[in-house]
Design a protein around this ligand. Structure first.
Ligand SMILES: Cc1cc2nc3c(=O)[nH]c(=O)nc-3n(C[C@H](O)[C@H](O)[C@H](O)COP(=O)(O)O)c2cc1C
Length: 224
């Protein structure tokens, strides 16, 4: 059975990132996958101490939940990583986890001509990967920097699988990605939006497209 492992970097359970991840996982389970989701905030992940020991052997000497996450990534046939945009980047907790994972899941090799290439230390198998970012801003550029790191780090896991991305914009309130038109009208009025009706209609259509795409990507993760 295909295993899909999802990591949510948001503090908010049932928040926007969480809802999109769950929709994607529904798509995966509809195709018979086994799914698991963890919240970084529930884990004990200390900050990287910069000793660089992991670069040699791929092992971190700190005793916390890091190696458990590494085992889950190793086991997974597909990986989903989600985060809200905080200050034009991912959340601090997710960044700390990625710092810690860096030398443990990937190894730098030197290529002829002076370049370097990052290859996975995990059992080599095809893993499809989806990154999900959610933002209050109306346009997706705020996710560019976070995506740059996610592409680089998760890229070495794919082994000719696919990497897809979802950037959901214009959502601030908890659960707004799944708001009804009426809830959007209320929110729009609260924040003094002109023409709340049109604003709400557009938001509902945009968010439905995001959730439909998440479901489809969940299915695609599993279809080989
Ligand atoms: C501390 C903080 C910083 C934020 N920074 C940004 C930002 O730089 N750009 C942006 O578009 N949204 C920003 N947001 C809004 C969140 O990205 C947005 O509300 C997101 O949908 C929250 O997702 P969640 O419900 O999964 O936690 C910020 C929110 C918080 C709490």
């Amino acid at each position: 059975m295909m295993k899909v492992f999802a990591v949510n970097g948001s503090f908010r359970k049932e928040g926007n990132t969480d809802i999109i991840i769950d929709r994607l996982l529904e798509g995966a389970t509809s195709r018979g996958a086994e799914v698991e989701k963890v919240y970084v905030d529930d884990l004990k992940i200390n900050s990287c101490q910069g000793c660089l020991e992991c670069r040699r052997e791929g092992i971190c000497k700190q005793e916390d939940d890091l190696m458990e996450i590494v085992r889950k990534l190793e086991d997974a046939d597909a990986v989903v990583v989600g985060s809200p945009i905080y200050g034009n980047y991912m959340t601090g907790q997710l960044k700390i986890l990625l710092d810690r994972l860096m030398g443990v899941i990937s190894k730098i090799t030197y290529v002829p001509g002076g370049g370097i290439k990052s290859i996975t230390r995990l059992k080599t198998k095809k893993r499809n990967v989806v990154s999900i970012l959610t933002a209050g801003a109306p346009t997706p550029e705020c996710a560019d920097d976070a995506l740059k790191l996610l592409r680089r780090m998760l890229g070495s896991l794919t082994n000719a699988g696919f990497m897809e991305e979802i950037v959901a914009v214009g959502i601030n309130a908890k659960g707004a990605i799944a708001f009804s038109k009426e809830e959007w009208i209320q929110a729009a009025k609260k924040y003094g939006v002109q023409d709340p009706e049109t604003y709400a209609e557009k938001a509902v259509i945009r968010n439905r497209e995001v959730l439909d795409r998440a479901f489809e990507l969940g299915r695609k993760l599993v279809d080989r």
